[in-house]
Ligand binder design. Structure first.
Ligand code: DAH
Length: 356
């Protein structure tokens, strides 16, 4: 038997018997590495006469690729075996009953979003989503905030590096760009809410560089301010669970709505007490308005035929008010004691029927 043939048999047997990835790697280095046995044999080719060099060269090349293939095949059989062992080891019996003593809690932000979705879902609005990284046009220009508009300064925008003024990317400063994406992608009527993350360069007890909003957009042929008011009054009363909660609409300004309003709810602030409900004080909770016809036109929607309303709510603010959480920064500290105190049971998903 030739040297090459003997080596082939020896290596094939070693690969076959290998017990793990480490051992395979050792075999690979000892055969095909810089100082490996096949490599060394190849170095000897130069000293052979022409005929022997040709025959031995061909045999060595064939051996080299055969061994490389055998190593690969064995390697993937180890990977398959590992995966199978993991699948067996991690089997979960999904028919087991839930364990009420389980430690996990639903974060108040998730809970609040679920509550808001449950209320507006009942009114017939569906949930839409959009990207956290937006282009300047969707985040500003299409919403009637052109490049030199003063409203841009108020947004403390995080700009992403690269690209010029016009086509630069930003971390979205509000969920309003999803209004634009929804209207560009479909045909009216639209009835949707957009819960999601938003970003502004700001940080103190009531501001965080990442926070959450819920946007709403309703567009149809006969949508009017009465619909907006009814929708928001019902929402505030359901969310805070106060049937006769006073709700007031105060004129305001947003570039993307005309007319625009801010919504205040009634509250009591007396001797250190703070309570939501009938009282002699007001608390601002959201911005809203009738969609500016310019925004509809930017999305190729005929503003003589369609009108709509929109609003935007800060989720953290809602959660802080409803659940008495004093500092916004604690939402993101991942402190388990905080979560056990303020979190919610995973077994009681909010719904209008079951309760919020
Ligand atoms: N985008 C506004 C913000 O982030 C909130 C807002 C106000 C959204 C009025 C709206 C609206 O859709 O109509 O401050």
């Amino acid at each position: 038997m030739s040297d090459v043939e003997a080596l082939r048999k020896e290596l094939a047997a070693a690969i076959d018997a290998a017990a793990g990835l480490d051992e395979l790697e050792q075999i690979r280095v000892s055969a095909l590495g810089k100082k490996g046995r096949i490599t060394e044999l190849m170095k000897g080719l130069g000293a052979m006469d022409a005929d022997a060099r040709k025959a031995t060269g061909q045999a060595l090349n064939a051996l080299k690729s055969e061994i490389a293939q055998a190593l690969e095949a064995k390697k993937s059989s180890f990977a398959d075996a590992e995966l199978n062992a993991r699948l067996v080891g991690e089997t979960v019996d999904v028919t087991l009953p839930a364990r009420p003593e389980a430690e996990g809690r639903i974060h108040p932000i998730s809970q609040t979003i679920d509550e808001v979705v449950a209320i507006f879902g009942e009114m017939g609005l569906s949930v839409a989503e959009g990207p956290d990284i937006e282009d300047d046009w969707h985040n500003f220009t299409a919403l009637n905030i052109p490049p030199d508009h003063p409203a841009r300064q108020e947004h403390d925008t995080f700009y992403l590096p690269g690209a010029g003024e016009e086509d630069r990317m930003v971390l979205r400063t509000h969920t309003s760009p999803v209004q634009i994406r929804t209207m560009m992608a479909g045909e009216p009527p639209f009835r949707m809410i957009v819960p999601g993350r938003t970003y502004r360069c700001d940080y103190d007890a009531t501001h965080s560089p990442m926070f959450h909003q819920v946007e709403a957009l309703v567009v149809d042929e006969n949508t009017h301010m009465g619909h907006l008011k009814g929708c928001l009054i019902d929402f505030c009363r359901a969310f805070f669970d106060v049937d006769d909660l006073p709700v007031r609409f105060r004129p305001s300004y947003f570039p993307f709505t005309e007319p625009s309003a801010e919504v205040d709810i009634g509250c009591v602030r007396k001797d250190g007490e703070f309570r939501i409900g009938h009282g002699d004080d007001w608390l601002e909770i959201l911005g809203c308005g009738m969609v500016n016809p310019k925004v509809l036109e930017n999305c190729n929607i005929d503003s003589t035929k369609y009108q709509g309303f929109a609003f935007g709510i800060g989720i953290e603010r809602l959660a802080m008010l409803k659940y008495g959480i004093p500092d916004l920064r604690t939402f993101y500290e991942s402190d388990l004691r905080w979560l056990r105190h303020y979190g919610f049971s995973a077994l009681s998903a909010p719904s209008m029927v079951g309760g919020l």
